[in-house]
Design a protein around this ligand. Structure first.
Ligand code: RIB
Ligand code: CA
Length: 288
């Protein structure tokens, strides 16, 4: 078996960030070495506390969590006031590990997965960070999830999104469109709850998130977009990508643009197999 890949997550937990973080802890193919947080679903400092609580749940309290700047961003009420829709977890077992998220990312040598606004990544680019692979959850080719039509992460910091996509890093881009193809429906949430103690613990959080996506977008389940940005590393066989050149406008909206650098756009997922795999991975984590 090849050595596990060193992984950093830049995130704003966040309900779907929580799923991605738990999967990153559970996948033997991934070696989570760093978590940084960015203001998005909640202020970066609150996201850092949420990340520490989730790492405690996963038995990974050794993973450093470094907060980014608390900055004003569009409301993300769908995640609830605490960012995790009231997920029943104890307070963090340890204090924060610092607040220089961009510097930590700039010095990271491994795979970077971005699950929130790209503020930290754009700042990390300045010293010339070159990660071995970059996976970004953001953007939408079809309908977004904000009033402007943009997807939330790109709408929250359009300039940062434009800078990261223009940097020529050939990222793998997980757009919101993909999340619409693999909704966390009540049936899939129930299956996770039946699978293991961690599944049971997070099911109410997911159900509340699904209700929000039903109410706001008329969907049959929750768009757990961030999950795919980690799952594609763990199970690339469940996904399909195509080369694309995508530019970001001043509101964070995406368009295909022949002048933009190439990236790999994730366009399909085997949804049933993905949720079965997630249940298996969370069951593994529950036994750890
Ligand atoms: O648009 C989906 C993205 O916005 C995800 O990262 C989710 O966590 C929300 O913040
Ligand atoms: Ca997120």
């Amino acid at each position: 078996m090849t050595a596990a890949l060193p992984l950093a997550l830049d995130c704003d937990p966040g309900v779907d960030d929580a799923l991605a973080l738990l999967l990153a802890c559970a996948a033997p193919s991934l070696a989570l070495r760093l978590v940084t947080t960015v203001s998005g679903n909640a202020p970066a400092s609150v996201c850092a506390a949420n990340a520490r609580r989730l790492l405690d749940l996963a038995g990974r309290a050794e993973v450093p969590v470094i907060a980014g700047e608390d900055r004003a961003v569009p409301d993300a009420v769908v995640h609830g006031a605490d960012g995790l829709r009231g997920l029943d977890l104890p307070p963090p077992s340890r204090p924060p590990d610092g607040t220089e998220a961009a510097a930590a990312l700039a010095g990271f040598d491994g795979i970077l997965v971005a699950l929130g606004p790209l503020t930290n990544l754009a700042r990390a680019l300045a010293p010339g960070a070159r990660w071995r692979r970059l996976v970004v959850m953001g953007g939408a080719i079809g309908p977004g999830n904000t009033p402007s039509g943009a997807e939330y992460n790109f709408a929250a910091d359009p300039a940062a999104a434009a800078a990261v996509l223009a940097a020529g890093l050939r990222p793998t881009l997980v757009p919101l469109d993909l999340a619409r193809e693999a909704l966390a429906t009540p049936e899939r949430i129930e299956a996770l709850a039946r699978a293991c103690p961690i599944g049971r613990r997070i099911a109410p959080m997911l159900a509340g998130y699904a209700e929000q996506d039903r109410f706001h977008h008329g969907l049959a389940g929750a768009m757990v977009a961030d999950l795919h940005a980690v799952a594609i590393l763990d199970r690339p066989d469940l996904y399909a990508t195509r080369p694309a050149r995508i530019a970001v406008d001043e509101a964070g909206r995406c368009r295909e643009d022949t002048a933009a650098p190439m990236l790999d756009l994730v366009v399909a997922v085997k949804a049933d197999a993905l949720f079965a795999h997630l249940a298996e991975r969370l069951a593994r984590l529950s036994q750890a």
